[in-house]
Design a protein around this ligand. Structure first.
Ligand code: ADP
Length: 540
């Protein structure tokens, strides 16, 4: 039967078959714990309240919040009523926030009351926003600078818990959108369809990917304002998993307590999250129920994978994706016959970005055309499939990225004969030394394998002879020391001599992007002349 693939089906399935399952949410006021039945009722109430505020199918409704139960309600209430869930990144600069709210033409914004202050200075620049709904326990809307303001809880109390959802929407209609950072210029809008997210959620239940099921207790650490929190909220509610939401600014200590107390089985986040968490776990070792740490967003160092598995018995799975890919595109799981490989070979495969998720297609291309899958020749990774975006929303940069039905990822990779993708670098992060490419990612991962190193980033900086040379930035673990020479020595057996970083800069902290990735652009800008030999070349 040609039934449309709609978000409403996911929601109603969870509501009907798993009413007793639990959602646990860390909020400013404490832990909130309720059932799917209550969640579903509040979600319907929210849709009813939004309809009363004038939100119609197709209208964009923004969210500006942490990972908590109200954000989860919005994740379903907005798309199920046919409107578009626009998750706004709370960590962007005010001008960028204003740009994306205006570009998306958000009609209503659901705002965590504690984050309202970030929007206050730009209120006058947001002409399309007709209402601010403030999320929190104790809200007095008349006190807010953001007018017209409403209390989320008051709106819900006054609305219809039996609000019904349309079942005849076009499955290709938009259900959500998220803006992704651009190398230059404003963020670019990615629009998700009901069909795309439905199929992406289904793929998360596949054993070849994350195998999410009712048995799981799922915790997205990745912010819900970023790339659908990797699809976990949608899949979890569909499959009836217990959901644990870590709330405002979770620290490693908070995460460890929640994961231990709530017996979380699957948690997802970027490598910096798992590096910090590992430190915490090492200081308070304890048995955890985690059956999988899902790590993506930037490359997971092999040493990190090994530390989780060998020292703590926690399976660590590396995945790759982009905002444009909903986001999950590859998962690194060994094939059955690879289990008998040596430990080093297994780890090497597991540290790669992995195999394409069933349902997608990929190519590896360079200027000459398709590159052979031999594990050494590099090319740009191209993707297509039902949950891959096909344009940037009202943006002429579409034509640079979506070409002849393929998403050009901007990621340079190799693919081996088994089909495993290994990302060499982002095109913009590759270091071009004397006309040859050096992978910043490979160097970083190797440096992070040194026992004294907590974090490492490598960028290309200007060099009078070689055009660009690698410069390493290193953050040490507490009470550890290592010298530049020792680090270079540590790397020398793993890389050709000309790959070794010319210098190592020790930092207290590596600057991070809004979603916790190393902000290499900031390092490149600041240290551009570090190796130039000019007197002002050294910023320290
Ligand atoms: P942003 O550009 O703001 O980082 P995205 O979250 O969409 O936005 O980032 C997608 C990019 O992140 C990918 O193109 C890739 O370069 C990088 N990435 C994602 N997952 C991985 C991974 N597992 N290993 C290496 N790089 C990754």
């Amino acid at each position: 039967m040609n039934t449309p693939l709609l978000l409403e089906h996911l929601f109603e399935y969870g509501e009907t078959y798993y009413p007793k399952k639990e959602i646990v949410s860390r909020t400013h006021e404490g832990i909130v714990r309720y059932t799917y039945a209550e969640f579903a009722q509040r979600t319907r109430r929210l849709s009813s309240a939004l309809a009363k505020l004038g939100v119609e199918p197709g209208d964009r409704v923004g969210t500006f919040s942490w990972n908590d139960h109200r954000h989860l309600e919005a994740y379903f209430a907005i798309p199920c009523m046919g409107s578009v869930l626009h998750t706004v990144n709370i960590r962007l600069a005010p001008d960028q926030i204003a740009y994306i709210i205006n570009h998306a033409e958000d009609k209503v914004l659901l705002v965590d009351a504690d984050l309202a202050k970030l929007l206050e200075p730009i209120r006058d620049k947001l002409p399309t926003v007709k209402a601010f709904v403030l999320m929190g326990d104790q809200i007095n809307p008349s006190d807010s600078v953001l007018q017209p303001a409403y209390s989320y809880e008051t709106l819900l109390a006054e609305s219809n818990p039996e609000f019904t959802y349309p079942t005849n929407l076009d499955e290709n209609s938009p259900m959500g959108m998220c803006y992704t950072s651009a190398t230059t210029g404003n963020p670019k809008g990615v629009v998700y369809s009901h069909r795309g997210i439905y199929l992406h959620s289904m793929s998360m239940g596949l054993a070849n990917s994350s195998a999410l099921s009712e048995n799981d207790t799922v915790m997205p650490v990745v912010p819900m304002f970023h790339a659908n929190a990797w699809g976990m909220p949608f899949a979890a509610i569909w499959f009836g998993a217990k959901v644990v939401l870590p709330g405002p600014a979770p620290t490693p200590a908070i995460l460890l307590d929640l994961i231990a107390q709530e017996r979380v089985t699957v948690a997802a986040g970027v490598p910096t999250v798992w590096l910090g968490f590992l430190q915490e776990l090492e200081s308070r070792p304890q048995p955890l129920a985690l059956r999988m740490v899902l790590c993506g967003g930037s490359a997971a160092p092999a040493s990190l994978i090994r530390a989780y598995e060998e020292r703590h018995g926690i399976p660590f799975v590396h995945a790759y994706g982009m905002t444009e890919t909903s986001p999950l595109a590859t998962f690194s799981r060994l094939k059955s016959y690879q289990q008998s490989l040596s430990e080093a070979e297994r780890l090497k495969i597991r540290a790669s970005q992995g195999l394409l998720v069933p349902g997608l297609a990929m190519r590896l291309v360079n200027e000459q055309g398709d590159v052979p899958w031999d594990g050494t020749q590099m090319g740009e990774l191209l993707l297509r499939g039902p949950w891959i975006a096909d344009e940037y929303y009202r943006d002429e940069r579409t034509k640079d990225t979506f070409i002849d039905g393929w998403l050009h990822t901007g990621d340079v990779a190799t693919v081996d004969a088994e089909g495993f993708v290994r990302l060499v670098d982002r095109t913009k992060d590759l270091i071009k030394s004397g006309g040859e490419w050096i992978s910043s990612v490979d160097l970083e991962n190797a440096i992070m394998g040194h026992p004294a190193v907590l974090e490492a980033a490598v960028v290309g900086v200007a060099h009078p002879k070689w055009d660009e040379r690698p410069l390493a930035f290193v953050v040490l673990k507490p009470n550890q020391t290592v010298t530049k020479e020792e680090l270079q020595d540590f790397l020398k057996d793993q890389f050709a001599k000309w790959w070794l970083p010319d210098d190592v800069v020790f930092l207290e902290e590596i600057p991070k992007t809004s979603v916790g990735k190393f902000m290499k652009r900031a390092l490149r800008d600041r240290y551009h002349n570090y190796l130039s030999g000019e007197p002002d070349g050294n910023p320290s």
